[in-house]
Design a protein around this ligand. Structure first.
Ligand code: ARG
Length: 577
């Protein structure tokens, strides 16, 4: 149920009946600080001024012509022209009953779109590190949210599995006679070899030449070299999958559509761009000059798409990839979760693909940028010696720290039970700390803050959830089959009901802009409201059975909303802690 949208529609109809020109739209705002007012309609004063009308007269006329009887029990105008709405309690109750019985809270489905989400996308032969965390978990949350609303989501893990680095690594492994022991080699080792290979490549001519030969062999599909390459890719995929599984990220092997997938398409794309005169050859390189972007000298920006030695670049692959997603996957939306340093790269591919007709003229790709993770000293979050922190280490520490905190809270919890809960809390806190921040901003990663029982943390919400469950458990009542009706009596309870119904509008806003943090703040506020309500009206001290059971049902609905909300963020709940 999207209250905001419903009000928007009804008021807009009344706008039109009042001959307010089409381009004016009502501004609907939720009111939290007044007990009896739930929504306010703003913007009428400005419209009245422009149309040279009296604002409060206009506001009254808008009310008279609007069909809000069912929805609202009271509508007032405050000077000079604000409209205040009090929702009809019966209407709220009816909607809550529907949410209670529906497995997905009666959230309406969207007009379905095909959405490609490019996220995580690490490079092969390297361990994943904190630099991959934001893309991986924000992208995954967005995928879940869009899917929940009924879209066809295509998860695309655009791994870096192609390019000269493989030539280097393969050459190094051949020189050191390591090919035969590749089978069980840990990724950590591969990364070390890769670094050594790069050093050699930069210094030794022989090594460079052999590398180039290997690249040519790889590109031409040579069986032997391809087999080695496949092994390198598989080692990486296998270890990354462990991380995804530990993190509760929904990426699987089938979502991998890496750079190598597009390699065969590149020659024809370059030819086509040359034929269309979008690209030119200059000193042997193929370049696209973009008048839309300027270089440092103020000239049209030149983008190399094939080097003079014939090698393709990161951007060449992304051009092919965008074309494929638009034409073959028939994407209506393409979202990239890639850090902000690649902003220009995505501008370039978008412009090139539009010029060449690879995407429609009015099609816009969405580059959802994100800020950096910082340490307490506001510097990038790295090890003391300035290295990237591996994700395996970060995950391990989160779980260990969670374990300590749970042990303090509940010393009786031991063994497997403790481990399970520590995993859910540790991973949940790690993800939530990130997801709860506006993705465009840098944020300070702080263990103590993220594992607190107070404030906007996963723990606070997960704990509120277990509190609700324990109410049911203590009294041996199931939260699922409550047959009584919800009756909202107190203002606080009515507000709580409205808050529950607002989940849908929150989901839709989060889906539109790819901003899961607004779901986090919603769940946090909902948990706080529950806690205040429960303190003021202890359910089991209530003598009237129908009120007691109504409140139980409302609490069950809150628990259900928290569980679904967290699951859309990729965070689990526990039944106790
Ligand atoms: N592998 C790249 C990197 O580590 C990220 C790829 C992002 N996706 C894309 N289509 N370019 O920076």
């Amino acid at each position: 149920m999207n209250i905001q949208k419903l009000l928007q529609k009804k008021i807009k109809q009344s706008f039109l009946k009042n001959k307010i020109p089409k381009h004016f739209n009502p501004i609907i705002q939720c009111v939290t600080n007044k007990p009896n007012i739930h929504y306010q309609i703003n913007g009428i004063i400005q419209i009245a001024n422009i149309l040279k009308k009296n604002p409060s007269e206009l506001a009254k006329n808008i009310i008279n012509m609007s069909e809000l009887n069912q929805l609202c029990s009271k509508i007032t105008v405050t000077y000079p022209g604000f409209i205040n709405l009090t929702l009809n309690v019966q209407w709220i109750q009816k909607k809550l009953e529907k949410s209670y019985t529906c497995f997905r809270l009666n959230i309406s489905y969207t007009n379905p779109k095909t959405v490609v989400i490019d996220y995580s996308s690490p490079n092969v032969a390297k361990e994943m590190h904190v630099g991959h965390l934001r893309s991986t978990i924000i992208g995954d949350a967005t995928a879940r949210i869009l899917e929940f609303l009924g879209n066809k989501v295509i998860r695309a893990n655009h791994i870096g599995d192609w390019g000269i680095q493989f030539g280097m690594l393969i050459t190094y492994l051949q020189n050191k006679k390591k090919i035969n022991i590749l089978e069980n080699m840990p990724l950590k080792k591969l990364e070390i070899y890769y670094k050594k290979a790069k050093l050699k490549f930069d210094k030794e001519k022989n090594f460079l030449q052999k590398t180039k030969k290997n690249v040519v062999l790889l590109q031409s599909g040579d069986l032997h070299v391809t087999k080695i390459w496949k092994k390198l890719v598989n080692i990486t995929i296998k270890e990354n999958q462990l991380i995804y599984d530990q993190l509760g990220v929904s990426l699987k092997k089938k979502h991998i559509l890496g750079e190598s997938f597009y390699s065969k398409l590149l020659p024809s794309i370059i030819n086509d761009l040359l034929k269309q005169k979008i690209a030119v050859i200059k000193k042997g390189s193929v370049i696209v000059f973009l008048k839309e972007l300027k270089n440092k000298l103020g000239d049209d920006m030149g983008v190399i798409i094939q080097k003079s030695d014939g090698a393709f670049l990161y951007i060449s692959t992304d051009i092919a990839c965008l074309k494929y997603r638009f034409n073959d996957l028939k994407a209506d939306r393409i979202i990239y979760y890639v850090d902000s340093r690649q902003q220009q790269h995505f501008q370039q591919i978008e412009i090139i693909c539009r010029k060449s007709g690879y995407i429609a003229n009015n099609f816009k790709i969405e580059h959802h940028i994100f800020g950096m993770m910082l340490s307490n000293d506001n510097k990038p979050f790295k090890t003391r010696s300035g290295k990237n922190i591996k994700l395996t280490k970060l995950i391990h520490e989160s779980i260990e720290r969670a374990k300590e905190i749970i042990k303090q809270k509940n010393p009786g919890l031991l063994g497997e039970k403790l481990n399970k809960i520590a995993h859910v809390i540790g991973i949940g806190s790690l993800k939530y700390a990130d997801l709860s921040k506006n993705r465009k901003m840098n944020y300070v990663f702080n263990w103590d803050n993220m594992l607190r029982f107070e404030g906007n943390t996963a723990l606070y919400i997960q704990y509120a959830y277990t509190r609700i469950l324990s109410i049911f458990k203590k009294n041996k009542i199931s939260q699922f089959n409550l047959k009584n009706n919800i009756i909202l009596l107190e203002n606080q309870e009515i507000k709580l009901g409205i808050q529950l119904l607002q989940f849908e509008e929150i989901l839709y806003s989060a889906a539109k802009k790819g901003v899961p943090h607004i779901i986090c703040s919603y769940l946090y506020r909902l948990s706080v409201s529950f806690s205040h309500f429960y303190e003021k009206y202890p359910i089991f001290l209530e003598n009237k059975i129908h009120i007691k059971y109504s409140r139980l049902k409302l609490s069950a609905l809150i628990a259900k909303t928290i569980k679904i909300g967290l699951s859309l963020l990729g965070i689990k709940t526990v039944d106790y802690m």
